[in-house]
Ligand binder design. Structure first.
Ligand code: ADP
Ligand code: K
Ligand code: ZN
Length: 436
């Protein structure tokens, strides 16, 4: 089969050509950045000039930028252009504190829409698809980010927005939706609504592709989504500081996410020493924009933990692949002396067939001891089971979580729908510890 690309010139660039392009664009980025109040001062202090970069490895001589820097210079400290040139802003959803804001001029928005179209194409979506974007529009980048990408690609877009599952189902049926984007934690809920309406998404829709992202999820959860909807589900990664979606995407081989290296310089560093880690090892993802004019960011510490997957992808794209994000460095919590990432617990739960689509980890102090309570929704058909069966299930889940994270949890089985749902990204951990 002939391989197809959205932008063959960029997507299959040889290693040296890609590096050459990165050097060119990094120097241009330094030139743009030097016009912002923040980088202007910093570059003067550190004696950094455009043209300094001759080899992309020299990026290590540049300073890091952190979320804290963005917050301290909120809102306009990173802006390189007069407001007359700026046509849109987005801010992060503020999952972990105050929001940060990113500005775009027309060039930036066109560049983002193109990366987004390239990403969708990479996941097999074409202009013949009917694409329903099931996520919040507004400041959240998943709405307009996908919208412009779908339009640039030329597929028929349905800007459905978030929530109202019955309406989502009706839209799918009325217009014959073939592809959709949603956050993974919402899809379990949507499936339950299909079921209560006596419908089966496999038979009663034309869906064949789902794009899932914006929040951490395990491969087990992806497989469940694929089975529930009878589709292939592709992982989509992005963050508002790097535009939003369209940063890294899975291709038809679903073996990691191609991260667009003509638009970003990608580094993985040890979060403690800030030294680079070898390909294949996990660390913090650090990214530099290469094609943004209004608000370039240099060596931005994303706090997302991932690794470079060594080797070439069969699809022919030369841009390297990152692995599924295991979580953010600040998602990790310590309980009973063990370091735990919520995704480790999700990985255990989603492999158990009786477990439904949702769970919640609550950290509490009971009689002076910190405990991890894991509430787990159990599928409807299992909840009817006798007490002994549920008791055994509780024991089994407890043992499996303990084996994975080494700390023994208190497991509570709950009915489907018991755990409160948010419209946006799922809340996985609530910390109510006295000294939490
Ligand atoms: P906030 O930081 O407030 O959540 P964003 O909406 O910009 O704001 O979210 C970006 C973050 O969402 C990323 O840094 C990452 O932690 C998470 N994220 C996005 N896509 C994925 C994905 N496919 N897998 C795991 N995590 C993701
Ligand atoms: K079309
Ligand atoms: Zn590929």
């Amino acid at each position: 089969m002939r391989k197809e690309f959205w932008q063959e010139d960029f997507e299959v660039l040889g290693k040296n050509d890609l590096k050459k392009l990165q050097v060119e664009r990094l120097n241009a980025t330094i030139e743009h950045a030097a016009r912002s109040p923040y980088y202007k001062t910093l570059f003067q202090q550190k004696n950094i000039h455009k043209g300094d970069i001759k080899d992309i490895a020299q990026i290590r001589d540049l300073p890091f930028t952190t979320k804290q820097d963005l917050r301290e210079n909120f809102p306009y400290g990173f802006l390189t252009l007069p407001k007359k040139e700026i046509i849109r802003l987005h801010s992060s959803s503020g999952t972990t504190g105050n929001p940060t804001v990113i500005f775009h001029n027309r060039h930036d928005l066109n560049s983002w829409a193109n990366l987004m179209a390239r990403s969708l194409f990479c996941a097999g979506i074409r202009d013949t698809d009917v694409f329903q974007n099931i996520c919040g529009y507004g400041l959240f980048t998943g709405g307009l980010g996908f919208q412009y990408g779908i339009e640039t690609l030329g597929a028929l877009s349905i800007p459905a927005g978030a929530g109202n599952s019955l309406r989502q189902i009706k839209l799918m049926q009325d217009y014959g939706t073939t592809a959709a984007h949603a956050i993974p934690s919402y899809l379990g809920r949507l499936y339950e609504v299909f079921q209560s309406a006596g419908l089966d998404p496999k038979k009663d829709t034309k869906l064949k592709t789902l794009v899932i992202g914006a929040e951490p999820h395990t491969d087990e959860q992806r497989k469940r989504i694929e089975e529930m909807f009878g589709v292939r589900a592709f992982n989509s990664f992005g963050l508002s500081e790097m535009n939003g979606p369209g940063v890294a995407f899975e291709c038809e081989y679903q073996n990691g996410l191609h991260i667009w290296e003509d638009a970003y310089v990608v580094e993985i560093v040890n979060p403690d020493t800030l030294e680079p880690v070898p390909d294949g090892e996990y660390g913090e993802l650090v990214m530099t924009t290469l094609d943004r004019q209004s608000m370039p960011l240099i060596r931005y510490r994303t706090r997302d933990i991932t690794r470079i997957i060594p080797g070439k992808c069969e699809c022919g794209r030369t841009h390297r692949r990152i692995d599924r994000i295991t979580g953010r460095s600040d998602d990790m919590f310590i309980i009973k002396g063990c370091n735990v990432f919520p995704m480790q617990i999700e990985g255990v739960l989603m492999k158990i067939p009786e477990v439904g689509s949702d769970y919640l980890i609550t950290l509490v102090t009971l009689n002076g001891t910190d405990e991890m309570v894991v509430e787990v929704e159990v599928k409807k058909e299992w909840f009817k089971g006798d007490i002994r069966r549920l008791d055994n299930l509780t024991k089994m889940i407890t043992a499996q979580i303990r084996d994975e994270v080494l700390a023994k949890p208190i497991v509570k089985l709950v009915e489907p729908g018991y755990i409160p749902k948010s419209e946006g990204k799922a809340v996985r951990v609530v910390d109510n510890r006295v000294n939490g």
